[in-house]
Design a protein around this ligand. Structure first.
Ligand code: ZN
Length: 410
């Protein structure tokens, strides 16, 4: 392999900017929520680019897309990269999209230089990674990796009662391939870090060795709707007050495991959400993360205790549902070494690190050797329209991915 082999930084950037035009938001971000018209347009554009590069496209029952560049040895399983094209409602230009379009740029570079690989190379696009429309997130890589059943995946509903299966059908992305039947020889997901560590340390590449575990809960307090003027403070059953105490407790639970635990209440549904009615029902989401299962168990117990105390305090009743449990993941040594040796060869400043956020790679790791590559993002900001990364860092990550894929596909 020639030492000067590099992807085209400008072309990668142009494609990222072109994709960001689909669902562009006034504040400079993108809104391509899963299985909307914008998501369909993003998928169509990706497939159009891949067809131009001579790829064969396969789509599975969960709408996951696999774009394959043939290898010289048809017996070999494909060596894959990729990520997701859906975004948060106020999403940025890079989260997920980067890992997919880095793959497209790599294929174009290899075509240009007439480089063949023994194993086929592949770009995966995983459906509904964000979970903004259909919970849980990473549902389709989850079905692919055997974490969830297909029926469970297809029956997830959005806020309007539309199932994921119906939404897939309506944008024309229900594929014929049974989800999970398509086997991968390896999977390497390139992604922006979504945290501040690389930027603070002035490092370009994160060699990601694993992902911390995360658990999601839905905590619902049942109180009683009543008139705000005529109901004395004494004897009220205000579900929002129970929720407020729980929100504070969640922060303390994470602080009790400092500095490595994080916990967040990100959403409140307050009923009837009216100025002059005491809230009779409030549901909130809790998201807790840590690398150790034991610590997550402790945090879960503390959440139950805190919510029960908050219910008792305000004479409400509480229901706690665990809606997602993603254990911590340790990536494949062989794939980690492929990324580490690629980054050594290229000479970029780097560190080994764990991912704070969950990724499709967590589920894929159950059925294929997997690892990840991180690049810095400005201020560590993500899930935000202002999400930003430099063309140089994005190119460095794509070069690292290129070298790692070539090593694995040899
Ligand atoms: Zn992502």
């Amino acid at each position: 392999m020639a030492e000067e082999l590099r992807i085209n930084q400008d072309r990668l950037w142009q494609r990222l900017m072109r994709m960001a035009e689909i669902g562009a938001t006034p504040a400079g971000g993108s809104c391509r929520v899963a299985l909307t018209e914008e998501d369909r347009q993003g998928r169509d554009l990706f497939i159009e680019w891949c067809h131009t590069l001579g790829c064969e496209i396969r789509i599975d029952r969960m709408g996951n897309i696999f774009a394959q560049r043939p290898g010289t040895d048809p017996q070999r399983l494909p060596i894959a990269c990729g990520s997701h094209l859906d975004t948060q409602p106020h999403g940025g230009k890079f989260d997920g999209v980067y890992g997919v379009l880095a793959g497209v740029e790599i294929f174009e570079t290899l075509n240009e230089k007439n480089i063949e690989t023994a194993a086929p190379l592949e770009i995966c696009v995983w459906t509904n990674e964000e979970g903004a429309r259909f919970a849980p997130p990473m549902i389709s890589s989850g079905v692919f990796g055997g974490t969830y059943e297909l029926d469970y995946g297809l029956s997830r509903e959005d806020a309007d009662g539309i199932t994921l299966g119906e939404a897939l059908e309506s944008i024309g992305y229900t594929g014929a391939l049974p989800c999970g039947d398509h086997r991968l020889g390896a999977f390497i997901e390139a992604h922006i870090e979504q945290g501040p560590i690389l930027e603070r340390q002035e490092e370009t590449i994160g060699v990601v060795t694993g992902v911390q575990g995360s658990r999601w809960y839905r905590v619902t307090f049942h109180g009683q709707d009543a008139h705000t003027g005529s109901t004395p403070m004494e004897g009220r059953r205000d579900a929002l007050l129970s929720a407020a105490q729980t929100i504070n407790a969640v922060k303390k639970i994470a602080e009790g495991q400092a500095p490595s635990a994080v916990a967040t209440v990100g959403r409140i549904d307050c009923l009837p959400n009216s100025h002059n009615t005491i809230p009779g029902e409030v549901a909130l989401t809790v998201d807790m993360r840590h690398a150790s299962t034991e610590t997550l168990d402790t945090m879960e117990t503390q959440l139950h205790e805190a919510a029960s105390a908050a219910a008792q305090q305000e004479s409400t009743e509480v229901e706690i549902q665990r809606i997602m449990n993603t254990p911590s993941v340790h990536f494949d040594t062989h794939c980690i070494v492929a990324v580490a040796s690629a980054v050594h060869q290229l000479g970029y400043p780097h560190r080994r690190m764990l991912s704070g956020a969950g990724h499709d790679a967590c589920h894929v790791a159950r059925v294929a050797p997997t690892s990840m590559i991180f690049v810095p993002c400005a201020g560590g900001l993500s899930h935000n329209e202002a999400e930003s990364a430099t063309p140089e860092d994005l190119a460095a990550g794509a070069n690292t991915l290129l070298y790692a894929l070539i090593k694995l596909a040899r």
